[in-house]
Ligand binder design. Sequence first.
Ligand SMILES: Nc1ncnc2c1ncn2[C@@H]1O[C@H](COP(=O)(O)OP(=O)(O)OP(=O)(O)O)[C@@H](O)[C@H]1O
Ligand SMILES: [Mg+2]
Length: 434
Amino acid sequence: MNTQQKRVGELLVKRNVFLTGPAGTGKTYTVKEIEKEFKQNKKQVYITATTGIASRNYENGMTLHSFAGLPTTNTDIKIILNKLSPIVLDRLKSVDLLIIDEVSMLKGETLEIVHLLLQHAKSNQDLFGGVRVLLAGDFFQLPPIYKNEQMKLLFEHPFWKSAQFVTVQLTENYRQQNDNEFQQCLTDIREGDISRKTLNYLESRAQEEDTLKKNYLRVFFTNKETEGYNFRRIQEINHPPVYLTSQIKTFNKYELPPDWPFQIPAYVTLKIGARVMISKNLPDKDLVNGHIVKIREISSDNKIIVVSFQKRIIELSHVTEIIFDNKQQKLAECVGFPLILAYGLTVHRVQGLTLKHVVIYINSLQFTPHLFYVALSRVTEGKNLFLITKKLFLKQFINEIRIIKSVYHFYTNNENLIDMNRDKKLDADLLTIV
Ligand SMILES: Nc1ncnc2c1ncn2[C@@H]1O[C@H](COP(=O)(O)OP(=O)(O)OP(=O)(O)O)[C@@H](O)[C@H]1O
Ligand SMILES: [Mg+2]
């Protein structure tokens, strides 16, 4: 760890820490090191992330929702407390250090609930029930998903101020350390200040699809484009297609929301040889949301699918996913295979990953500077980044990228930010607040 990264461990002795910095500066790396340190000191550490894929960066990672037993829908604390399962309660009671990665996607409401749950489990009225909390993430990356409300970033929620995190900002980029020109380009995009040179650089990465290797991952800004691309790719495989449809049941007049609420897809077309992603944790198969596997066999009754993952051959059968209401009443049930085609993925699915090659499709007006920055910053060297776009479109988009003011305000007015150039005595003052 470098000096900035080591500082996180020192500060955690007394304070809750928000570890931030641009993509590739080693937030996730630092989290892993801190985990080791705390475990050596016999502390109980839980590592969570806001998405399944991001939690997969860690050997023992899980989503924050599964750690705290949070329902996807209701957020009333009384209801959550009422149906707290003994497993979750034991976990909450035992934790010494709670780590949450990719917090740009974390809602303030959710963090506050975790704080209340920990207070309850630990019978301790201190912040987070006295549990040490380490948040990691970069607010220039993807924001939380608010379906029917105005989007709020974590630091815009009232709970953020009372939680008093001390901020450590990493600055040394490791992911793109061998490519300074690309690094500069990413910094420009992150800060919304695009130079002529960066625009030229991005234009130089534009490519025609048919010149690119098929096994490079394609990344899209919308679900629709991702589905279209995956569909085209599966059509190219010379095997008969198998159409799988999940069985849905609803209860008590429940109506499914317009956004598909299950991790199991409604339908999927598979062929032998297809590249697919596991879309739901399957603990008994040692597979998690985000693992990429290959289809080897599909039984004639479509009930068993054999996949290969690394050197393992694994048999999959139907799994069931259930949505409950506040009183644990079943509202809906989906039975099917948690498999989605994975030639192309949305940006949301690649946040937090380091990738060798990426082909990014930029032809939808729905994309935002956040999506653009997250997608581009996955790859280690600019020469392995390929943009499928029209030059005119790229120029138009770049001209529209503006500084995301609220994020800028946060980073430039954060009194709890540890300034690495300042002498340590001042930091000592910060340490004494708690
Ligand atoms: N101190 C370090 N020494 C060596 N390698 C490092 C160091 N810190 C980070 N790295 C490497 O740099 C790469 C990027 O780090 P990491 O994924 O932790 O970045 P991040 O800040 O979490 O990025 P993102 O915002 O995209 O999640 C990884 O391959 C990691 O192993
Ligand atoms: Mg990370």
